[in-house]
Every structure is written in C-alpha cells, then in structure tokens.
Design a protein around this ligand. Sequence first.
Ligand code: ADP
Length: 488
Amino acid sequence: MATKHDPRAIKVLHVSPEAVPFCKVGGLADVAGSLPPSLRNSGADCRLLLPAWDGVLDTARKNGLKLVRVPRSVDVAIRWKVHKGTLWMSSGEGLPVYFLESPFFEGKQIYPQQLDPESVLPFVFLSLAALELADAAEWYADVMHCHDWGTAPLISALLWHRYYRFMFSQYKTVFTIHNLAHQGLLPLHSLRDWGLVDDAFTLNGLEFYGGANLMKGAITGASAVTTVSPAYSREIQTENGGVGLGGLLRSHNSKIHGILNGLDTEYWNPATDSLLFHNYSPDDLAGKAQCRNTLFDQLGWKEDGRPLFTSVGRMVDQKGFDILLPSIQRMVEWGCRLYLVGSGQHEYETAVLEAVDKWPDAVASFVGYDEEVAHKAYAAGDFFLMPSKFEPCGLSQLISLRYGALPVVRSVGGLADTVFEYGSPEGNGFLFSEYSAESLLSAVGRSLDVFRNDATGYRSAQKKAMQSDFSWDRSAPLYLDLYRSLLP
Ligand code: ADP
C-alpha cells in the first residue's frame, strides 16, 4: 500500500468552509476536521483548505500548530479585479492544513444570514483559490473534494470558467452533499462577473427556475457525488426528498454514493473527555450518574429518579421542533425531565424558554452555542431526542450513543441507518416514522416503559450503544476506494 510519504499516494485536497477545531457551525465541521486526518492515516496524502475566518489562525496556534506562510500568494480574479490571498500552512506531524487569509473572510460569521451577490463572494474566492493553490503551494492534488454549496463553485469553474475550465482534465472531483436543503440559490445575473462562459447560464448549467443553483453545477460536474448516509442518498433522489433536484440526482444516479459519516472517537470519548464533570466507560457507568447529579445541582433540580431526555442541536424546522414542542406537556405529565441545548429560529427559542418558565422542575434549557454545555448534556442524558423532519446523517445521535443516552429519533436519513429499535438484535434506541407529535410520543412512551420496567434491558442497550464502532475506520476506506476508482 502506498503511504502518505510515498509519491504514489493519492493526493486529495478537501475544501470546506468550516472544520473543527478551528471553526464550526454544524456537522460539516466535525466531518471536515476528522475525515481528512483519518484518510491520511490510511495512506492518502490528504490535506485541507480552510478560510481564515476571524480567530481561526489564533485558534490554530492555540491548538499547537506551527503555521508557515506559503511564499507565493494566490491571486483570484473576481469582478474584473485581482484579489490576493495568503496561504498559511501547518507544519509538522498530522494533517497539513492550508489556511486562506483574505479580507473576504474578515468580520464574517461563516455563513451569511442572507445569500446574495455580495455575501456569496467569500465562497467564490475560496473555491477559485483552491484551484490556484497547486502552483502557489507547489502541491498538486489528484482529487478535489468539495463540501456543500459553499465550495460548489470550484466544480462549476472547472466546467465553465473561461480560465479554470482548461484545468478540467487535471482533477477528479468529489462533491459531498451534507445538506441538500441549502443549495446556494442566487439571482442568475449575479454570476455574470465571476468569469463564467455562456454555457453556465443555461438549463444544462447553473440555471434553476430562472435563478442560479450552485449545488446543481457541482452535481452536474463532479466525477462523483457522495451523501453522508446511504438512506439519505436514496431519499434525495425522490420527488419529496430532492428539494427540487431529485430529477437531476436521479439522472446522475450511477455516480451517487451514500457513505455514512464517522465520529472523531478520540475527541468524543466519555472516558477521556475533559469537558465532563466526571469520566466514565461502558464498564463503569458511575461517572455518568455523577455527571447527571452535578448537572442537576447546577439546574437546581433534586434527583428523584425521573429520566432525563436531552437534545443538542439547531432549534430549526429540520430538527423537528414543531413536533417536539407540542409533546413537552405530555412528557412532563408522564414524569420526564428535558434539557434542551441549542439555538436557531427565534420562535422555537422563545417557545423553549416558555416551557422552562412553565415547568421549572422538569424542563431546562441552554439557548446558545457552547461546546462544553453540549458535552455535559450528552453525558447527563438517559435518552436523546432527535425527531428530525429530515436528517442527512446526524452526528448528535452518534455522540449520544457513545455517551450512553439512548436516542429517540424519527426513522429518516442517517438516523434510520444508525439507530435500531430496542429489542431487535442491534437495538440501541427508539424509532418512529410518521412526522407527528403523537408518533414521537409513542416512541417516548416505549422508552419510558423500558426505563421503568426493564432496568437490565436498558443497561444492556446502553452498553451496546456505547461500544458500537462509529469511528471513521468503517467509512474512510469507502472514500479511499472511491478516489481510487476515479483515477486511472
Ligand atoms: P447539523 O449539522 O444538521 O447541525 P449534526 O447532528 O450533523 O447536525 O451535527 C451537529 C453538531 O453540532 C454536533 O457535533 C453537535 O454536538 C453540535 N451542536 C449543535 N448545536 C450545538 C450547540 N448549541 N452547542 C454546542 N454544540 C452544538
């Protein structure tokens, strides 16, 4: 097998707007921060290109990375003007990361509230700068691996940019869809000054119902398209799940692959996690009970044996808040406690806070984004609620399994691929299908029944959940096989 130091090793540049531990909005950051190192450990010469948003370079240095400035800048023409970017490369062992510094990334909060001709420019710059990286850094990738709409312009540029299309044969491209709900929709005319040729503005190009759709270009042009779970790869090819791109995806069916996300199991490890009040393992769960007790002390709750249902995630439509909120009253009446961590749509945040006011002894919340709070919530919970409307993969349920909180989830996308009904051979949680509060409550009811009447069964499912393999060891080889299949 070729190793990363071997000139024959496959060279892959991952391009992502976010990656842990440098900057994070959601699950993409977890994947972009953990898949490339895992691929590197498997022998690929994998590297990562990341924008230096505010604070990113400082965070990198605080994490012990030594950053070396690449002598040559990357020059990208947008709107008939050349924009210079500076590349900083991490040196030493571990994953080489290129940080791209530019005024485009200053004062921004990664994804714009509103995507428009101006706010998309950092993503266009990132995408085109990736194609300039080879000459600047003197490192030539075989495969460009792009993640979500923010890096989709890279693939469109290889097809339709008046300059970069001459590089088409130089690269194989992989486009990973982490969430089809965000496709990068813009007015068509706003792409006029990106340097694209006329073909880009047709139905076979980026045109989409009179506007432009960045993901459409990437799906059309990529050598391979992946999604983050097998179930989601099937769902997005249907009329309902395709969010307007189902037909296009079906027509590219042969190049679509569903590869389940992995977790960074060193980082997400209750036995060593320094953010927890106490550590614990499947063989010694005493620390988990202490995590719960200490959280209760902080929340001003007395331990009285009621089960704790936690949730950590964006408080948005996708995550099922419109069926979770109407279920709270019944859950409280049934003797559940809830601890809801997250932020998102204003109406959901407000409704959560109202529930806390109404049932202070049973409902608590943390409205905001906080890594430490999230870790403590995963560890304290007996059950984890994730009633998603759709879920490309979902990392939160994987984390909850690893931390011994049995997931109560809707059977959709990656949730259906990773959570199995209690009582079945792989049983590690509770599932429901229909998108309704009633259906969610029926799964909650089953979970309560087990918790109260079958302590041995609960413990054994908990142990099984914590011992499952969610590492990239399972999925990284599938990506390697895919890269190999694309190269001669
Ligand atoms: P998505 O990417 O759709 O937001 P995922 O389940 O794939 O959902 O990943 C969410 C990631 O973000 C998990 O690592 C989760 O712990 C983290 N996360 C979500 N909300 C918060 C929050 N409010 N505070 C801390 N971490 C959060």
